[in-house]
Ligand binder design. Structure first.
Ligand SMILES: *Cc1c(COP(=O)(O)O)cnc(C)c1O
Length: 375
């Protein structure tokens, strides 16, 4: 196997899912977001583990992602979160997917593709995300259309929160208003004699910060993968401060080349690093094409044998160098942790603080050529 790999610790996924269950109680369903290859962790393995751990639903963004899960023998319901194109509807129903819809035209597409088994639709109501979703005013009419049409059924109502991970007073008010709007739309639909199905709204931020938004089902992503959605401030201090998610992924490689160079030697493209003293330089076969961001040139660090070493010079497409110092303590083929969760290793948060990103993006950026090794 390639030296560079993402080692996936499923026991930590279990820990994080257990924490979510503890927060929501056992009667609330979990819909785990496994879009983007399970946030870079490998959708097949995460999907299988999640099913084994009793997760009730999975969520994807593309039909191709659902297809991979079905081929893997995963049988629990899968929701597709993004609008399904007219030409994709038949495939979605064939795979037995549940679809999030927000317009009459989308409903029509599902009606015309209906087969023997009713397709489950979740009506998305936009309460303040500004992305997909119908208005509150339209929601009753759309819910009625779904519930009285043949071949489809209303399986749920959903909405999404843009600032549920923020502790700012203004953002707190915004999210609370969204919850009020969603509940009132759901109540109007019920009052019209329509069974709305599952009410679901909470992403990781709302799971942690708004217990009143847990409703019938929660949709965790980042927390299940071991991170707080808003960084260290993402967990409002008065709520469940004991909840600490555990990262699942350790991004690792090996030293594949070591050499001694004299003081004043330039390392890598652009000559942005020059050794200040005689030094050992180690090469690691991981680069930006693997998902190790080029903005970490001269800034990232790597854990080798209990010591951490700065990235020396520009991160290349397939390799990067580290300065191992004047006294060599490492050996050829030693394990090198690029980020992870053991003592001394860079964390995804630390690296994204440097690159100006968030753990979500760093995890998804781990590319396809990096094998995911499940332990
Ligand atoms: C990705 C996604 C989630 C999960 O969000 P996290 O912040 O990772 O918990 C939930 N709901 C929808 C609609 C999403 O697209």
């Amino acid at each position: 196997m390639r030296a560079t790999k993402a080692v996936i610790h499923t026991e930590n996924l279990k820990h994080n899912l257990d924490s979510i269950r503890e927060l929501t109680g056992p009667e609330v369903k979990i819909c785990l977001a496994v879009k983007a290859d399970a946030y870079g962790h490998g959708a097949k393995g995460i999907g299988r583990a999640a099913q084994a751990f009793g997760v009730e639903y999975l969520a994807v963004a593309a039909i191709s992602e659902a297809e991979i899960l079905r081929k893997e023998g995963i049988t629990i319901p899968i929701i597709i979160l993004s609008p399904v194109l007219p030409e994709e509807v038949r495939e979605a129903t064939k795979l037995g997917l549940e679809a999030v819809i927000s317009t009459g035209a989308e409903i029509e597409n599902f009606i015309s593709a209906a087969g023997d088994v009713e397709t489950a639709l979740h009506l998305k109501i936009d309460t303040g995300m500004g992305r997909i979703g119908c208005s509150i005013a339209e929601s009753i009419h759309l819910a009625e259309t779904i519930s009285r049409s043949k071949g489809i059924r209303l399986a749920g109502l959903c909405t999404h929160f843009p600032v549920s991970d923020s502790s700012k007073a203004d953002d707190r008010e915004y999210t609370k208003k969204q919850i009020r709007l969603f509940n009132s739309a759901a109540n109007d639909i019920k009052a019209a004699g329509i069974n709305p199905g599952l009410l679901h709204a909470a992403n990781s931020g709302a799971i942690l910060n708004y217990p009143e938004a847990h409703l019938d089902m929660v949709r965790p992503g980042i927390f299940a993968y071991g991170f707080l959605p808003g960084g260290p401030g993402g967990l409002l201090s008065e709520l469940e401060p004991r909840l600490k998610p555990k990262p699942i992924m350790s991004f690792e490689s090996k030293l594949i080349h070591i050499k001694k160079v004299s003081a004043g030697t330039d390392i890598s493209y652009g000559r942005i690093y020059t050794t200040e003293r005689d030094s050992w330089i180690g090469t690691i076969p991981a680069g930006y094409a693997d998902g190790y961001n080029r903005l970490l040139s001269n800034k990232g660090w790597v854990l080798i044998n209990g010591s951490s070493y700065k990235v020396a010079g520009t991160v290349c497409m397939d390799q990067l160098m580290v300065d191992l110092g004047p006294e060599l303590k490492a050996e050829l083929f030693d394990r090198a942790v690029l980020f992870g969760f053991e003592d001394g290793a860079a964390t995804a948060e630390e690296l994204t603080d440097i690159t100006g990103s968030i753990p979500y993006e760093l995890l998804c950026a781990i590319s396809e050529r990096v094998p995911r090794v499940f332990v």
